[in-house]
Design a protein around this ligand. Sequence first.
Ligand code: SAH
Ligand code: SF4
Length: 464
Amino acid sequence: MSGSRKLFIKSFGCQMNVYDSHRMADAMAREGYVETGRPEEADLVVLNTYNIREKATEKVYSDLGRFRTMKEAAQQEGRRMTVTVAGCVAQAEGEEIRRRAPYVDLVVGPQNIHRLPGLVARGRAAVDTEFPVEDKFDHLAPPARKNIRARGVTAFVTVQEGCDKFCTFCVVPYTRGNEVSRPVNKIVAEVEHLAAAGVAEVTLIGQNVNAYHGEGPDGRTWPLAQLFERIADVPGIERIRYTTSHPRDMSEDLIAAHRDIPKLMPFLHLPVQSGSDRILKIMNRKHGRGEYLDIVARVRTARPDIALSSDFIVGFPGETEEDFEDTLDLVHKVRFASAYSFKYSARPGTQAAEMDEQVPEEVKSERLYRLQHLLEEQRQAFNRDLCGREFDVLFEKPGRLEGQIAGRAPYLMPVQVMGPSHLIGKVARVRITEAGSNSLFGELVTPVPDYQQEPRKLAAAGVS
Ligand code: SAH
Ligand code: SF4
């Protein structure tokens, strides 16, 4: 489309930010903006920032420097470039961003992204980081079909936002606000819209997704397990995933859903952070290691093959070698299929940042190395155990090699097989033959039936 305006949007950090970036792009598409990968030609630049773990704020300021140069170059060509900072750094810094980087036009918090089109249209500089009374989701345009298709056969859907738990290391309750759940009918409508455009797998996301308690169509409060049942009925939806869960909200009905809902994939991301009771208490995680191990045992009873994943923080203030060994011991006991692990990073405004006994950097590095080594061994062992097994794979895209297609196992790791490209977007049975370092390799179990042959082969055979 010639004459359309161009949007460059860059997303940092978590899946919630990816989702918000998509929704901002969808909203601006309605205003005639087309996405570009080249920031220098953009009329609107959006940096969707993240500050949960990194010292992201300074990075954002240094990143912004290059947009200043681009904005000046655009001005010389007689073009206007609107520079926007969105996301968690926008929320945390607010006015300060425009003070330090006056060439930034708009600062928009995560709860205010629906106001972006209006702010851009007004053409004036603005900072919008108040938590609004209206629900942003009510004001966000549904994605256009072509945008959904371009993003593939899997999609994220935010069902819950914010957090009331206040772990002492974490900024989320401050940047994303209170815990809020979206109503069931709005989520279902969004999933139906995605499915109608070809999405086969939805991942329901939220900072505390399993604390979900949205209003149901019957006027009652629905827990997450009930939402899964409803979404499993949406035509076209083959797979349901969810992330991120908190151990405190791992209710019996949610555990039972892993036994009872076949479309719910056997994968659970359940951050534990530490294996030491003492540290868990100071972190204000509201559960101990025994409780975590007990949840794992109950989940495995419900769904024996489930892949477990977690987040870990090493070097939390006051963490001793003994505390850290408790973490290693918990990892040995659980056997994780995958995990993320981080060095503790003091976030301004959180309680832990004020604590004495901050752990020296080199101790954190050494512990992270040992933990990651163990987690990597477990990941590889999990993948090796899948060799020879058969399961369904949802194919998402062409593979690395000619004639290959790539998808994901129920347990989330990538799988590559030789197969026809029309299987992309579909689920097919695969036997795993080899575990590579990042992907599994396998073969299609049933030969592709005639009616599923490539369209051009059917045409050649005179079938329409
Ligand atoms: N709500 C989820 C996690 C949200 S933040 C939960 O409760 O588990 C994602 C991950 O970032 C956390 O699980 C934690 O491991 C990590 N993280 C958060 N704040 C951190 C900090 N200050 N330093 C290091 N890692 C942190
Ligand atoms: Fe942060 Fe804790 Fe809330 Fe997770 S539960 S978002 S770690 S405060």
